[in-house]
Ligand binder design. Structure first.
Ligand code: BG6
Ligand code: MG
Length: 218
């Protein structure tokens, strides 16, 4: 089987915007008087905005209407987008520019499959627009990770069958999504949460193009 494309998650793989998500959710939950910490924030990795809000509201005594929840999500996103303004190309995680360059040199297509509706803006701030061949649209997929939808949308956008793709993820829900899409999964992080990955590397700077392509053909 030939490797034709590598599909990247964004948060935790290309950059670390999870801290900004944390700060934005934290200021909202403090205002609402709901307990929220970094451990709960870890449960939000790869999870859509509304599903993240539902996780935060598990600790709320008050029940919120769908309209109120929509409003809360909008407030959080406003604060998150404000924090994103400070992103620069310096925030691209170590090893990613070299890895993307090696993909291009070898004719392997690249795409972003992120749950974030802010993905195009983040890619723009990181000055990576010309480095990816496609950015899948989180707003137009039906189900978020661990469903395969966003990875399938990325493969379709590239015009490549899923069995010729590798997905790279830092979240358990993301590894499940990659497998559900029929792709091989590379995990970035530790075996505690990513034990289902087909290949695990501890951090992005350990992503070696040769190692990844060799693993695929095995
Ligand atoms: C994912 C993050 O990339 O995007 C989640 O890991 C986040 O934490 C999700 O909730 C949705 O992001 P956004 O930008 O659409 O609110
Ligand atoms: Mg992620």
């Amino acid at each position: 089987m030939e490797l034709k494309a590598i599909i990247f998650d964004l948060d935790g793989v290309v950059c670390s915007t999870d801290e900004y998500h944390y700060l934005a959710w934290k200021s909202l939950s403090d205002e609402l008087g709901i307990y929220f910490d970094r451990e709960i924030n870890n449960r939000l990795r790869g999870v859509s905005r509304m599903d993240s809000l539902d996780i935060i509201l598990e600790r709320s005594e008050k029940l919120y209407t769908p309209e109120e929840k929509q409003e809360l999500a909008t407030v959080k996103n406003g604060r998150y987008v404000e924090l994103l303004q400070s992103l620069t190309p310096e925030n691209v995680l170590e090893g990613i520019p070299e890895f993307l360059a090696a993909c291009r040199e070898s004719g392997i297509k690249t795409a972003i499959a992120s749950a974030s509706k802010n993905a195009p803006f983040i890619i723009h701030k990181l000055n990576l627009e010309n480095k990816f061949d496609y950015i899948a649209d989180a707003a137009s997929v039906e189900k978020s990770k661990p469903a395969p939808d966003i990875f399938l949308a990325a493969a379709e956008g590239l015009g490549i069958e899923p069995e010729h793709c590798i997905g790279i993820e830092d979240a358990k829900a993301g590894i499940e999504a990659i497998h559900a899409a029929g792709m091989k999964a590379v995990g970035i992080g530790s075996a505690d949460t990513l034990n289902e990955a087909d290949l695990l590397v501890s951090e992005t700077k350990a992503l070696e193009f040769k190692k990844i392509t060799e693993f695929f053909v095995k």
